[in-house]
Ligand binder design. Structure first.
Ligand SMILES: [Zn+2]
Length: 440
């Protein structure tokens, strides 16, 4: 594998003991060989490809812990009938209509556009959750092929649900298991086992999924208590809530992603803490769907590991990290909250992704994955190891990536993705979207 030396920048290493160093990062294939001053690295970087950061900020690539690439072509689509009054109606009148109309060929532009946005914003790992009930088989391969072509680190799963009948439910299980075998062979791919949500899954289906998950040794990726209606539905069955139901039915093994958890109880947080189940917070989506605000500060204080995703709002997870901070302030009416929690959200994402990809991600240290971003960001005040989040939340969140290296390969050069023409890509997406909207 080739070496790349990213030099002459200001390096923020991330990780549990973050450092800020003037200098750069030496990558050797998909591994960071060294982090240090230009002088130190120059001696061991003879003959390597050089990226000159020119004083810019060098940071680890960000990880988006919950995304729906399939949502791209819904942008600007008009809905028939009266506007949805609640979350279930949003699903019924928008997302469940759109996903049923998706064909495999729609998934390519639907994935390429947000994956490009991810790279250009310094997001180097995407953990996706997919649904296309009338094009289940092979759908995860189309997404993975697109991600591999673009070079980004990518995890996906198919959301199993009873809402489209037995055959499609079974096809969803098969798609998860089939893709998991492929992902196991590719270091840039990872699989989880997707479930939609407690309220669209019968006990029998969950039982079947639990057995498949155990056999395949996969973590589950599922929406949990996004709206109150999911918790109410579970309570009708005698459970404390949606998370308690999924746990009782044995479908939340260690490492699983319980997405949202807006309407969960303290007892359910205990289950998550003791069972090693991650929560993934998606603040912008929760605000957009008017479903409430998750008690992130309380969950973190009680020992739940809470990460952060975007739920299809956009690919750039920095926007949801910032939204989590602002929503947390707003919800608690306490401006002291969310500083430590923001650090915790970012670190939990690193943990989630490192577990899935079986490699340490999100940290610039020797031996970690070579996912490195040079941001068009020149700190206007001193940046040190203690105030990175001040820079991220009030400046860096809107900086574009100038160079992006994923797994030791340079994907973004001078702010552009090699071989990617945004105008042409948008034109192709527009054609597919026009045909898709007619079928919705
Ligand atoms: Zn989601």
């Amino acid at each position: 594998m080739d070496k790349i030396w990213i030099k002459s920048g200001l390096v923020y290493t991330g990780g549990s003991h973050p450092g800020v160093i003037e200098g750069g990062v030496l990558c050797n294939g998909d591994e960071i060989e060294a982090v240090g001053s230009d002088e130190d690295l120059g001696a061991r970087a003879q003959g390597t490809r050089i990226i000159d950061a020119g004083g810019r900020l060098i940071a680890p690539g960000f990880i988006n812990a919950h995304m729906h690439l399939y949502s791209t072509l819904a942008r600007g689509m008009a809905l028939d009938g009266p506007p949805p009054e609640n979350f279930l109606q949003i699903l019924q009148r928008l997302w469940w209509k759109l996903d049923k109309a998706l064909r495999l060929e729609d998934l390519v532009p639907s994935a390429r556009l947000p994956l490009a946005d991810a790279l250009l914003s310094g997001v180097t790992t995407i953990i996706d959750h997919h649904a296309s009930p009338n094009a289940v088989s092979g759908s995860l391969d189309v997404l993975a092929d697109t991600a591999c072509e673009m070079g980004i680190r990518f995890s996906t799963c198919y959301e199993v649900s009873d809402r489209d009948g037995l055959d499609i439910m079974k096809a969803g299980i098969e798609e998860n298991l089939r893709f998991a075998k492929r992902a196991a062979e590719d270091p840039l791919l990872a699989a989880t086992f997707g479930l939609h949500a407690s309220f669209t899954l019968s006990d029998e289906t969950i039982d079947q999924c639990a057995r498949s998950v155990a056999d395949a040794g996969l973590a589950v990726h599922v929406h949990v208590a996004e709206a109150d209606s999911d918790a109410v539905d579970a309570r009708k069955g005698g459970y404390e809530g949606a998370l308690a139901r999924l746990h009782s039915l044995g479908v939340l093994p260690e490492g699983s992603l319980a997405v949202h958890c807006v309407h969960t109880t303290e007892n359910e947080w205990e289950i998550m803490k003791h069972g090693g189940v991650f929560c993934v917070h998606n603040p912008q989506s929760n605000m957009n769907n008017a479903v409430g605000a998750a008690a992130v500060d309380k969950m973190v204080a009680s020992g739940v590991q809470v990460g952060v995703g975007t739920d299809g709002m956009q690919a750039d997870v920095r926007q949801d990290i910032r939204a989590a901070f602002l929503l947390g302030h707003h919800r608690t009416a306490d401006p002291r909250t969310m500083w430590a929690e923001t650090d915790s959200l970012v670190k939990t994402n690193c943990k989630i992704a490192s577990r899935l990809f079986k490699k340490k991600l999100g940290v610039l240290e020797p031996g970690c994955a070579a996912d490195v971003v040079v941001y068009d960001y020149f700190p206007p005040t001193r940046l040190h190891s203690e105030n990175f989040y001040g820079h991220l939340l009030f400046g860096l969140y809107q900086a574009r990536a100038n160079s992006v290296v994923v797994a030791g390969v340079e994907l973004v050069e001078d702010g552009e993705i090699k071989g990617y023409d945004p105008q042409q890509e948008a034109a192709l997406a527009k054609q597919r979207a026009a045909a898709l909207w007619k079928r919705v």
